[in-house]
Write a protein that binds this ligand. Structure first.
Ligand code: HEM
Length: 493
């Protein structure tokens, strides 16, 4: 696959943002370099020499194209084939959502696939292509589990947030600052566990270790995509230990077993429902643990700190406007914080979408071309051959300056009023914000739940506080936030 596909006189149908265009058909620029050495060179550029944003930016500049060929980490010996075609603009990126054109089998983490030992020997839903019959069975089951819990989301999350804010305040008064990530992780885990298991994790053997156990299990699967950023650790040592060989399952075996057992004994009713759908009980439970731990906990682990980071750094004027909107609507709403009250908060809704646009919680998407196709950027069309791997780095698509004005700036009211038209370019859920998840596509089944939780987090925050200050940085898979001050709303003392 090292040679590029040649142009043909009658190109296959186009895929991407809009109908066939009359853009010039060009050869995809870029190369994969020498076998073995090329992928290692790109891996060092990506993790150490350039860093990921500069890695993509410099190649866009070099090739004068947002579509190009490159190797994506990890490469040898984790991935047999690291060669991808990168699509880095808002127009070409959605080809990755079209499951008639791309295969989503085993591509959740990219060009490598962690051992099924991490998931009880099963390929769980997120690794299945919709053409595999089990995908619709599991996805349909998840969608129905979520639908059945519709009325629990707001009250249960409000309850979790009361603990979160009490803990933030306690840490602040004790240490003068509060590690938001750690407290948010605990909140996300116990919310998810209680939602599906109808009991608190502290009533099981998981106790208060849930978020820690999941974090260890996630780290061992995602290590090939991570850099620790430790100054005293030489790059080659980190690269050798994290990126070169798959990490084994056995060091996290007992952590996973505690989680699995905790879920298994607490979910007999929903596991019975799964059995009625023809799913074996143990396979259902491994899927449930993966959904709660990888999809849900993993997603919230990056989303909530990013949301607080962008709101904190946006400044007091946005805080005042948000507090004003939230308090006015809640005061006049009969049931307080309800679905319909939230729907009236147009600035709040926009702020949440803007955070998901500027820092999408799951930034990488992959799909293998199922057919020959033509994908176009703003400027040109490119032919992709069946079997080639397409890769999208989402922040570049959702910060595309040809779609969003001032794309690098956090604009709280970007999606208010006419701005709503831009929602079709918000892709965080592995689909457009204007599309819906189904058993047949690969969009996050909790798309609306996630947006709801992000809104409730800000509502509960601004019902309690007028403003906050925070120090922000980066962590292994996202942003870090340390809250350094909170100003209580006058009415709450
Ligand atoms: C902040 C939280 C969340 C984020 C950011 C998020 C994001 C995503 C993304 C980007 C995907 C597509 C992955 C891919 O194929 O590339 C996905 C899939 C999925 N998510 Fe979520 N998610 C979140 C929460 C949840 C929750 C609460 C659930 C629980 C029901 C969930 C269940 C799933 C499942 C089962 C899939 C696989 C879908 C399929 O195979 O068709 N996610 N999620």
């Amino acid at each position: 696959m090292s040679s590029s596909p040649s142009s043909s006189s009658s190109p296959p149908p186009t895929s991407g943002d809009s109908p066939p265009s009359n853009l010039p058909l060009k050869k995809i620029p870029g190369d994969y370099g020498l076998p073995f050495l090329g992928p290692i060179r790109d891996r060092y550029d990506y993790f150490y020499n350039q860093g990921k944003d500069e890695f993509f930016q410099s190649r866009i500049k070099k090739y004068n194209s947002t579509i190009f060929r490159t190797n994506m980490p990890p490469g040898p010996f984790n991935a047999r084939n690291p060669k991808v075609i990168a699509v880095l603009d808002a127009v070409s990126f959605p080809v990755l959502f079209d499951t008639t054109k791309v295969e989503k089998k085993n591509v959740l983490d990219g060009t490598f696939f962690p051992s099924t030992a991490f998931t009880g020997g099963h390929r769980v839903c997120a690794y299945l292509d919709p053409s595999e019959p089990n995908h619709a069975v599991f996805k349909g089951w998840f969608l129905s589990l979520l639908a059945a819990r519709h009325n629990k989301f707001i009250p249960l999350f409000q309850n979790s947030l009361s603990h979160l804010f009490a803990n933030v305040e306690a840490e602040l008064s004790k240490n003068g600052k509060a590690d938001f990530n750690m407290l948010s992780d605990d909140t996300s885990f116990s919310f998810m566990f209680t939602l599906f298991c109808d009991r608190s994790p502290s009533d099981t053997k998981i106790g208060s270790d849930g978020s820690n156990l999941f974090t260890q299990w996630l780290f061992f699967q995602l290590a090939p995509l991570i850099t620790l950023g430790l100054k005293y650790l030489p790059n080659f040592l980190e690269d050798f230990s994290l990126h070169t060989f798959p990490l084994p399952f056995f060091p996290v075996k007992s952590a996973y077993k505690r989680l699995y057992d905790g879920f298994y004994i607490s979910t007999s009713k929903i596991l019975e429902e799964a059995e009625k759908l023809g799913i074996q009980r143990d396979e259902a439970c491994h899927n449930l643990v993966f959904m709660a731990g990888f999809n849900a906990y993993g997603g919230m682990k990056t989303l909530f700190p990013a949301l607080i980071k962008w709101v904190a750094t946006a400044g007091k004027s946005l805080h005042r406007r948000l507090a004003n909107e939230i308090r006015t609507v809640v005061e006049s709403s009969e049931g307080g914080v309800t679905f319909s009250a939230l729907d009236k908060m147009s600035l709040l809704k926009s702020v949440v979408y803007e955070a998901m646009r500027i820092e999408p919680p799951v930034p990488f998407q992959y799909g293998k071309a199922k057919v020959d196709m033509v994908v176009h950027s703003h400027d040109a069309a490119y032919e992709i051959k069946k079997g080639e791997m397409i890769f999208g780095y989402q922040p570049f698509a959702t910060k595309d300056g040809r779609v969003f004005e001032n794309p690098e700036e956090f604009v709280g009211d970007r999606f208010v009023g006419d701005g709503e038209k831009l929602l079709k370019y918000v892709y965080w859920s592995n689909g457009r914000e204007t599309d819906e998840p189904t058993a047949e596509n690969k969009q996050c089944p909790a798309k609306d739940v996630v947006v709801l939780l992000a809104r409730v987090l800000l509502v509960e925050f601004f019902l309690r506080y007028d403003t906050l200050a925070a120090e922000v940085g980066t962590l292994l898979l996202g942003s870090s936030v340390t809250i350094t001050s909170l100003t209580k709303a006058e009415s709450t003392g």
